[in-house]
Design a protein around this ligand. Structure first.
Ligand code: TYD
Ligand code: MG
Length: 435
């Protein structure tokens, strides 16, 4: 649309809409540009949400520096920290570069003045909860203030053509003290997640008007700030203890990216009430799998204490990881390690049947890239009947198809012989009958 002298808007043929001003500016941070589908659009507004301490300020300081290195002018509105603190951090990160300007401001009018005098390409407001305007009487950080100021900042960015990034703190219970209420105001919502006890950080697009939202960026927080993790599978498998019982590999999708991760399980002697401790997986799903293992696959884990986690701070919250969780549990119970070069993919149903998962080819390709040549995958009974279990196992083929969880345990842990449990003196039959 073009605006006439009298304020009327004239329609423009869609094919003639000018796109030249709308190409994204790369931030220069590869993992961030991947999530943003190329970079930040001039005049657009992005909200970066995350819990305090995840590294939002660090990420944006690095982005400001990378953009400054590419000749863009960046303004950091420091509403929470002093300019000295910002400079000190920049020095530590090695991002103390020309082209980054900082202003200590907590009022909307101060930000407007700074933007007008500097004409930056990128404006970072850290954080939006610390900015207040005069029109609203409520205190800084209140919903009304955060909304009104964000509105003002978004309009400012649109008018001056700068890309705006607002930092918004999110609390653990999801009450983002504002940001969730801002999602409709901005073009893009990014969330930055990570647990403070691990160095892994994940950047996700929750909403993106200019691209897909499925991409994720992975970073490692170190002494010199954040570094991208271009090969996450290798990162997650770095400390793997090969040949240990209770360890199974699977390939969840992180956004569109398949990652090979290690599911670790420890099945212990039961306390009066069996305990469940789960990290990186859905605890409800693990409870379900424990029940299916016990009822459908003859692996008596229901009465035991069960600890399951995904190594390296990774997550595998999708049904494709079911089979690996079951294998890890059964492996821990029997004290027998799974084949070291095998990944497992499959959803487990209530009847103990294995169901196929989406994007199988992509997941298997990632496993092969890392040298894991065998994959235990679901298969129809007809296909198996045509080939025979033992043949499939002996062939050491790339795919070891199994129609049920019981078959999968049999293929991965042995041919159904009774095994002595690592926990008890009594032998525990894991799979099938004695042969
Ligand atoms: P910060 O960017 O301040 O987080 P946020 O803005 O999301 O609150 O960084 C948070 C933590 O990251 C801080 O506790 C210290 C740590 N950190 C590093 O480990 N390495 C670094 O180089 C920097 C700058 C911070
Ligand atoms: Mg901060």
């Amino acid at each position: 649309m073009t605006e006439g002298a009298d304020g009327e808007c004239a329609p423009v043929a869609l094919g003639e809409v000018d796109l030249s001003a709308h190409s994204p500016m790369p931030t220069g941070i590869g993992e961030m540009d991947r999530v943003l589908a190329g970079g930040l659009l001039p005049g657009s507004a992005t909200l970066l949400g995350g819990e305090p301490g995840t590294g939002k300020s660090t990420l944006l300081l690095q982005a400001l520096a990378a953009m400054a290195a590419g000749g863009k002018r960046g303004l950091l509105v420091a509403a929470e920290e002093s300019a000295q603190q910002v400079r000190r951090r920049a020095g530590r990160l090695g991002t103390d570069v020309p082209g980054i300007f900082v202003v200590e401001a907590t009022r909307l009018s101060q930000v407007e003045a700074a933007v007008a005098s500097l004409a930056p390409d990128l404006v970072v407001v850290d954080s939006v909860q610390a900015i207040s305007g005069t029109e609203v009487a409520s205190p800084a950080g209140s919903l009304a203030q955060v909304r009104a100021c964000s509105h003002g900042l978004v309009s400012l960015a649109r008018a001056c053509g700068a890309a705006l990034v607002l930092v918004g703190h999110v609390t653990k219970d999801g009450a983002l003290a504002g940001p969730r209420a801002l999602e409709h105001l901005v073009d893009t919502v990014l969330s930055f997640e990570g647990d403070r006890y691990t160095s892994l950080r994940v950047l996700r697009a929750v909403k993106h008007r200019f691209g897909a939202t499925g991409e994720t960026g992975l970073f490692e927080m170190g002494e010199k700030g954040l570094t991208g993790v271009p090969d996450p599978s290798s990162f997650f498998l770095g400390d793997r203890l090969v040949g240990a019982p209770g360890s199974a590999l699977t390939v969840p999708l992180e956004g569109y990216r398949p990652l090979v991760v290690e599911v670790q399980a420890l099945v212990g002697r039961s306390s009066p009430v069996p305990r469940r401790f789960v990290t990186g997986l859905d605890p409800g799903r693990v409870g379900f799998l424990v029940a299916v293992l016990e009822k459908r696959a003859g692996a008596p884990v229901g009465d035991c204490d069960v600890y399951v986690s995904v190594a390296g701070g990774a997550r595998a919250c999708e049904p494709a990881a079911d089979l690996a969780v079951c294998l890890a549990l059964a492996s821990s119970l029997s004290g027998k390690a799974l084949p070291a070069q095998m990944v497992a993919l499959g959803e487990v149903g209530l009847g103990g049947e294995l169901r196929r998962v989406n994007a199988m080819a992509k997941r298997l390709a990632e496993a092969r890239r890392l040298g894991f040549r065998d994959a235990l995958v679901p298969s129809s009974p007809e296909r198996l009947a045509a080939r025979g279990h033992a043949d499939v196992a002996r062939e050491r083929s790339r795919e070891l198809p199994a129609p049920t969880l019981r078959d999968a345990l049999s293929l991965a842990l042995g041919e159904g012989r009774a095994r002595r449990s690592a926990l008890e003196e009594e032998p525990v039959v894991l799979v099938g009958d004695e042969q």
